[in-house]
Structure formats: C-alpha cells, structure tokens
Design a protein around this ligand. Structure first.
Ligand SMILES: Cc1ncc(C[n+]2csc(CCOP(=O)(O)OP(=O)(O)O)c2C)c(N)n1
Ligand SMILES: [Mg+2]
Length: 513
C-alpha cells in the first residue's frame, strides 16, 4: 500500500467513517484510496467552507470526528471561518491537507506553494506535517486521538508521503477522556448553592444534552438556582420533556439586565460571559460587580458527570421543571414574519428534528415558539462566522440519517455557503433549508445605530442592503438540484413547510419576511 492508503485505513480503524472533501492534484492518491476502504464515505463539497461546516455539524451530532480533505494552503484558507466556528465549539475534526511533495515545495514560485503551516496553524489545536510515507499512518492515528479531545487536528500530507510505499495502517490510539472534576470543585459548588445567595448555573457543551440537563434540573429544583446558556451555544437538546434553560440575550444591555442581581455564577463547561462585540460606553465584561464566579467544570472537563455528582452531593433527587409542549395556533392569513414563521415551524415539525440555526434577526421570533416545541437538537453559530447553517445541516443529516434536519438561515448568511445545496441534492439528504429573506443585512442596520456611527448616507445603507438585485433563492436552489418554493404569506409558508415535513429529501423554502 501507499501512504495515502495506510492513512485512509488508519482513519477508518480509528472510527472515522466520513470524509468531506474538495480535492486537487496533490490529494489524488488519497482520493484513489477511498475506493479501497469500504468503511469510509467520501462526500464532495463544492467549496471548502462547506467542507468545514459539514464536518462541524457532523461532529456536533455524531460526537466524533469526520475527516476533511483540503487542497494545500489556499484550500485550507477557504475553510478557515467555519473551522473557527468548530474550534469555538470545541468540536473534533481531522483535517487532511494535501501539500506539494518535499522536492517541489522548495520552489516558492510554484503557484500553490504557501506558508501552509502558518495558514493551518491559525485554527488548529494540533498540527503536524508528515515527513515520510511510512509515518503517515501513525500521524493519522495521532490526529484522530487529538481530535477526539474536542480539537481541530490538522495533518499536512505532502504528495510524496501519499504516493510512496508504506507498510501498514496504524492501530487506533486510546481515547483520552475529558478531565474529571475534582471533589473539591463539587464541594465548593455545593456549598455555594446552599449559602442563600442568588445563583445561576451557566451551562455549555455536552451537558446541554439530556443527561446533563436532567441533573441540572434537579440542582435548580433543589437550590433555586437559575439555569443559563450562552447565546450561540454549540448544541443543545431542548423542547418538550427537557429542563428549561434561559438563553443569555445577544445585546450587551440585555445581558446586563438578564444577569442583574446575581451574586454567584457557577460555570459548568462554560467560560465567564462577555458580550459579542464592544460598543462605546457599554461593558464587555457582563458579570455583575461583586458577583462571584465559581468553576464547577472547565471547558474541557466532564461537565455532565460534574452536574450529576453535584446533584448527588446536594441530595437533589426531585426532578426539575421540564418543558411541556405548547402547540402554537395556526397564524391567520397574513404577510409572513419571523414570529408567525416560528409558530408554524414549531407547530408542524416532527419530534427529534435537528435545527441548524443561523437565523440572525429572525431568530428571536423563531426561538419564541421553538423553545416550547417538540424535543429537538439545536445547533448554533458558535464562532460568529455567519453562513454555517446549511453546511452544518449537511453534516448533521449524514450523522443522523432518519432525523429531519431544518436549516434556518438569513438571506445574507446563506450566500456564504450556498453550495451546500448541491451536496444536499447529491447525497439526497433529508434537509429543509429555510431562507429568511428580508433582503437586508438587517442586523447590521441595527448595529449601525448601536455602535454610534452617525448619519448614515446612501453609500452606507447600500452596503447593508440586498434589494438590488433581489436574490432568487428558488432559482438558485433549483440550479443546484434542490426543489424549492417561495412563501410570502403564512398560508403559503404553512402549506410548503407541511409538505416538506411529509416528504423526505432536500428542499428549500424562501420565506419572504
Ligand atoms: C464571516 C463573516 N462575515 C461577515 C460577518 C458580518 N455580518 C454579521 S451579520 C451579517 C449580515 C447578516 O445578514 P442576514 O443573514 O441576511 O441576516 P439578517 O441580519 O438580515 O437577519 C454580516 C455580513 C460575519 N459575522 N461573519
Ligand atoms: Mg437578511
């Protein structure tokens, strides 16, 4: 076998079952090796941002890494923003980045020669360049081990290391589990929850899934503490049957209001809260003055186990308050807006769906109904690099066949990664993509005033406007093989969304709001 084959077998032996890729000449041996490893699925994406977003969505839902295949420094560079989102979400990804053969990279004038290690290093927690074909398998096993600690692992694979002979795949390396929380951290949090002060638990990571939420609910019931999660949390299981957790709002002054009066915040897999942006005369640090921050579990520790241990330490046996479903009434016939759109989605979506959410200013309207909707997993824009709802939906659909995936995206955001639709069509993924078409970078129109930019003129406003020309998402989707329709009223949206829920396969609805 050659180095590339030894790597693909090693990845498969280590439990990596899927590779999202956009290959080039330097990756041809890796591509050819896919046919010799039946356990590895290759998924072509037509832009590297889609590759990265799909790997992120896959990891969030599968709880394990996908591989990506990227073409030298420029290919990796195209993936950076969505790798950044994945990194902020502490998701596991194994990037395989083809590079020139050693004999060729000394020619700086070769078009694709770049400072590849600097480019890859910018968003990788683990980075290595293979030095010889017979070391590639071992490098691959180490990359998977690193990724499985919730990291972006990047292996740069020079073409000669891929094509030269190698001996054998490398055996999988042991999984390094997240750190266990010390009993003193649990005792400290337990004591804090009994001291009568106004307290909130701020939860992030896997503890926002069913097991952690169950323990958190018992703690809240026992102690009276509030449960909070950050605005762009990576993944949360929510809706019917789950503990209700308050979402920390987006804008600085709303966050301050939300956290006002708290005397203690217990951090559970979460960092201390800060605002999304800085604004003149507004705080970035939003922990109320005098409020104590107590760490129960660090961002890379077993927060779920810590919550269960804390619930036991408190003797908190009684289940917490759980969400009962509220089925919104069918909105009356009217022009669609984000509130009625959210109500219709929450009314008609099936149980156990996955919602990939980059809905921006349509979000609050959607959130209002969805939080009392049927149980679903909710994936959010963790690193602030917009456009990752459709690619994350690609990855989530491949991780969870049989579950309906609903991607909700702003019209501006959707244009960063529209090529996702082609992969949805090719892989026949059960994803409905909803474009919130307000023909505007609406949030930026709001922010313009908030940051204190004065007297915007026509040139300024044109930079935030999407009317001229109007994007026709129906045609764009059809051009990529996805069935699509436009809804301008509640009635149209309800009919189209209901139909999308009844049938399987990729579908797009341009929701004019
Ligand atoms: C990669 C990246 N580029 C640019 C931005 C800046 N940005 C934030 S929101 C936004 C516009 C979003 O518009 P849209 O998706 O239509 O949502 P709306 O605000 O209209 O609800 C832009 C350009 C960003 N966050 N990330
Ligand atoms: Mg918009």
């Amino acid at each position: 076998m050659n180095g590339a084959e030894s790597l693909v077998h090693t990845l498969a032996d280590s439990g990596v079952e899927i590779c999202f890729g956009n290959p080039g000449t330097s990756e041809m041996h890796f591509v050819a090796a896919l046919d010799r490893e039946p356990r590895m699925r290759g998924v072509l994406c037509l832009f590297e941002g889609v590759v990265a977003g799909a790997a992120d969505g896959y990891a969030r839902m599968a709880g394990k890494p996908a591989a990506t295949l990227l073409h030298l420094g420029p290919g990796f560079a195209n993936a950076i923003s969505f790798l950044h989102n994945a990194r902020k979400a502490h998701q596991p990804i194994v990037n395989i980045v083809g590079d020139h053969a050693a004999s060729h990279s000394r020619y700086l004038q070769a078009p694709l020669t770049s400072d590849i290690m600097a480019i890859c290093g910018s968003v990788s927690d683990w980075l290595h360049q293979s030095q010889a074909a017979d070391q590639v398998a071992g490098d691959g096993a180490r990359a998977v081990q690193a990724a499985r600690q919730g990291q972006i692992a990047t292996l740069v694979l020079p073409a000669d290391c891929a094509w030269n002979p190698a001996t054998a795949p490398a055996p999988p390396l042991p999984l390094i589990p997240p750190g266990t929380v010390t009993s003193s951290a649990i005792d400290q949090a337990a004591a804090a929850l009994k001291n009568g002060k106004k307290t909130a638990l701020l939860l992030r990571g896997a503890c926002l899934q069913r097991r952690g939420l169950e323990a958190a609910g018992r703690i809240a019931q026992n102690s009276g503490a509030r449960l909070l999660h950050d605005y762009f949390t990576p993944r949360m299981t929510r809706g019917e049957g789950l503990s209700e957790v308050e979402r920390i709002p987006y804008f600085a002054e709303e966050i301050v209001e939300c956290l006002k009066g708290l005397e203690q915040i217990v951090l559970v897999g979460a960092p201390a809260p800060v605002t999304f942006f800085a604004y003149p005369d507004k705080p970035s640090w939003v922990t109320p003055e005098g409020c104590e921050l107590i760490t129960l579990a660090g961002e890379r520790e077993d927060a779920t186990g810590a919550l269960e241990a804390l619930a036991d330490a408190l003797g908190a046996k009684q289940a917490g308050r759980i969400v009962t479903r509220v089925v919104p009434g069918m909105p009356v016939h009217a022009a669609l807006d984000s509130v009625t759109m959210g109500a219709i989605i929450a009314r008609l979506m099936p149980e156990n769906a996955i919602v990939s959410d980059d809905s921006l200013t349509a979000g609050p309207g959607l959130h209002q109904s969805l939080k009392y909707g049927p149980c679903h997993d909710w994936l959010l824009l963790t690193g602030g690099a917009i456009g990752d709802a459709p690619p994350m939906a690609v990855g989530a659909a491949l991780a969870c066949p049989g579950r309906k995936v609903i991607a909700v995206s702003g019209d501006g955001a959707a244009m960063y990664s529209l090529q996702s639709l082609w992969t949805m069509a090719r892989e026949r993924l059960d994803v409905v993509t909803i474009i919130c078409a307000n023909r505007s970078y609406n949030i930026l129109n709001i922010e313009l005033g908030r940051v204190g930019a004065r007297n915007p003129g026509p040139k300024t406003l044109a930079m935030l406007d999407l009317h001229d020309p109007e994007l026709d998402f129906v045609k764009l989707a059809q051009g990529m093989g996805v069935e699509a329709s436009r809804a301008e009223t509640t009635t149209e949206f309800a009919a189209q969304f209901a139909d999308a829920m009844r049938t399987k396969g990729p579908r797009l609805i341009e929701a004019v709001i």
